[in-house]
Design a binder for this molecule. Structure first.
Ligand SMILES: Nc1ncnc2c1ncn2[C@@H]1O[C@H](COP(=O)(O)OP(=O)(O)OP(=O)(O)O)[C@@H](O)[C@H]1O
Length: 631
């Protein structure tokens, strides 16, 4: 049977190549790696391995069927094993990966629901992960079915197996990052186990050989938005696996791989830039449908954890009519609470009596004002109404009855979601980030630009930082000469001011520049490090000129519009002034004519008067003349 599956899995088998692969390597090189690596338990002597057939070729390397030969004088055994041979890496990277593998190996011991790991070896400078050989995968099973998809009860059963396996790995701090039906292996009892565990995690932080692979830490069709550039718009976290899990379930239910037929760049544009989600079949049991909707939340903090997924699948499995309602394919919109948080987001922190709390601000707002509870303490749980707690607020006699979704826990002055700054800067990453969690003992996790995973530390390492939200205007601080990310300049050469359009969970700001006119492919969105920015508001702009310049940041058309209005006004004014001048010239002309007429009359009247007569006298004469003329 094993041979049958192997044959079916042989897309590009190279039967003769393995001997070459195994023995061509420089034994001294191997000995160096072996000798300098701490390989107490997982290390397998490469000379005991014999590669037989290549089963498949994946993004991270090839999988081979091999024989592992073991003997200790008394006995001699040959085991059929699967060998994942990773791509060639530099010697110091090999060492780093072997150390990481050892940690993974130790943590995986005794975990059910994940592929059995025998150990690790190095052949030809390539790391080989040696695992139990399984008869096939969920992907293989689907490929052999006529419709290419599984029944709902089967999906739920495998889903429960897998969620349990992933949950166990998560409990040991291991991220899978490559969940997909081909990596769900099937054991003798038709239970799904996770294959290929943790390989992207082994590669985290290690430069990949091909530039094409550098931004991929998984299989593109199953990758979560934050997985593409985890140090820039990440970090990756446990909920990153929830996205991959959701993609796999959708594929198992429909037989269609998410983003099928699209190139890597097209998938990147759909998932990361346009924030699109895989299509979810409609008519699924409500717990499964809700969980899938949650799995495809763009911000991973809003997604369910594996324990939520397991619970949902179990409850759908127990429901009698699980398959009755599943009909056709369509898309749905996720449900969020009144403040814009999903129930998965809110369920990550369970409030307890004695917790200090404050009102939760709406998810897309910076404003803390008008809070019902600026500061309070939970003094009891309302047993009559589910989800309500009693909060004692300073200055109010009776405790307030408030729903937990409207409150957030404050520990050592910090609450999840706060903007924080590291007291001691670390050059490797930004000093400003977003707090993801704070335990009651003060241990924290923070998302920082420059880190692929969450930073762990203590609340005493942090201080509050200025918070940013979508819609605010920002520009680079004057002392920033070389920003972390590219930042556009105005025509005059000064840094442009932009508007925040999105905030990644690590605090990376996606900034648009409505004040700059862009052409063709020119991108209008830029990433920015909050540590390098300052806010721009009308109040902070000194003087009328700066205020007007800020007005220009709102839209590129403000300047031409102002120029047009200016020109129009100038023309109108010109015309008006022209008319006025014309009128006054005509008037003056008229007056001049009148005057010369009068003058003539005066001259006539004054003809007998000498020219040296003083003006009052002359005027008197003039008046007399006018009156004489008028008479
Ligand atoms: N332990 C194993 N036993 C039997 N078959 C395995 C085992 N591990 C992997 N396979 C099979 O080998 C084939 C190739 O696996 P591989 O994981 O290399 O491919 P991939 O999942 O497409 O790529 P990658 O994981 O590198 O992104 C798959 O069909 C997989 O089911």
């Amino acid at each position: 049977m094993a041979e049958k599956v192997i044959a079916a899995n042989l897309p590009t088998a190279e039967p003769a190549a393995f001997e070459y692969e195994l023995f061509e390597g420089d034994p001294d090189h191997l000995r160096t790696v072996v000798a300098t690596t701490n390989h107490s338990t997982p290390w397998i002597d490469p000379t005991t391995m014999k590669l037989r057939h290549r089963i498949g070729r994946g993004l991270f390397g090839d999988v081979w069927l091999a024989t592992h030969h073991q003997s200790n004088g008394d006995y001699e055994e040959h085991h059929e094993v699967a060998v994942k041979m990773l791509h060639t890496a530099k010697e110091d990277h090999v060492r780093a990966m072997l150390d990481k593998f050892e940690d993974l190996f130790t943590k995986c011991q005794g975990i059910e629901g994940v592929c059995w790991l025998h150990g690790v070896s190095v052949l030809n400078g390539k790391i080989c992960i040696i695992m139990k050989f399984y008869e096939g995968s969920v992907g293989d099973k689907m490929a052999h079915l006529k419709a290419g998809k599984l029944s709902l009860p089967e999906v739920l059963r495998y889903g429960v197996d897998l969620a349990q396996g992933v949950m166990e790995l998560h409990s040991k701090g291991i991220l899978v990052l490559n969940l997909k039906p081909c990596n769900f292996l099937l054991d003798e009892k038709d239970r799904a186990v996770l294959g290929d565990i943790g390989i992207p995690s082994l590669l985290l932080g290690i430069p990949l050989p091909s530039s094409d692979l550098t931004r991929r830490l998984g299989t593109p069709n199953y990758m979560a938005p934050e997985q593409w550039e985890p140090d820039e718009t990440g970090p990756i976290s446990f909920e990153t696996d929830s996205w991959g899990f959701g993609c796999s379930i959708v594929e198992m239910l429909t037989g269609l791989q998410p983003w099928f037929g699209m190139s890597v760049d097209e998938i990147y544009n759909s998932v990361v830039r346009r924030q699109e989600k895989p299509t979810i079949p409609i008519g699924l049991p409500p717990p499964v449908e809700n969980i899938l909707l949650g799995c495809f939340e763009y911000d991973f903090r809003s997604r369910p954890l594996m324990t939520d997924i397991l619970q949902a699948f179990k409850s759908a499995q127990n429901a009698d009519d699980s398959e009755a309602g599943w009909r056709e394919i369509g898309s749905r919109v996720g449900k969020t609470g009144s403040l814009g948080y999903t129930k998965w987001f809110l369920s990550k922190d369970q409030l307890q009596v004695g917790d200090a709390v404050r009102s939760r601000k709406p998810s897309k707002s910076c404003k803390l004002e008008n809070m019902d509870v600026p500061e309070g303490v939970i003094v009891g749980l309302d047993t009559d109404r589910d989800g309500f707690v009693l909060v004692r607020v300073h200055g109010i006699h009776d405790p307030l009855r408030i729903h937990v979704s409207k409150l957030e826990r404050v520990t050592h002055g910090l609450a999840a979601g706060d903007w924080v700054r590291l007291k001691e800067e670390d050059k490797k990453h930004s000093s400003v980030g977003i707090l993801h969690s704070i335990d009651r003992d003060g241990s924290i996790t923070v998302g920082f630009i420059g880190m692929e995973t969450l930073w762990k530390g203590s609340s005493s390492d942090l201080q509050m930082a200025e918070s940013y939200c979508v819609g605010q205007f920002v520009r680079l601080k004057a002392n920033v000469l070389t920003p972390r990310f590219k930042w556009p300049r105005k025509r005059e050469g000064t840094w442009a001011t932009g508007r925040i359009s999105w905030i990644s969970p690590n605090g990376c700001l996606i900034v648009k520049f409505p004040g700059l006119l862009t052409f063709g492919d020119e991108s209008s969105s830029f990433m920015a490090d909050p540590a390098e920015l300052e806010m721009v508001t009308f109040d902070t702009c000194p003087g009328i000129v700066k205020k007007y310049q800020h007005l220009e940041d709102f839209h590129w058309s403000v300047r031409p519009l102002v120029i047009a209005v200016g020109l129009f006004t100038a023309m109108k004014l010109g015309a008006f002034v022209g008319k006025k001048i014309g009128r006054s010239t005509a008037k003056k002309q008229h007056e001049k004519e009148n005057h010369s007429e009068r003058q003539q009359q005066v001259d006539v009247g004054a003809a007998s008067n000498p020219a040296w007569l003083p003006p009052p006298v002359a005027n008197m004469l003039f008046r007399e003349g006018v009156s004489a003329g008028a008479q």
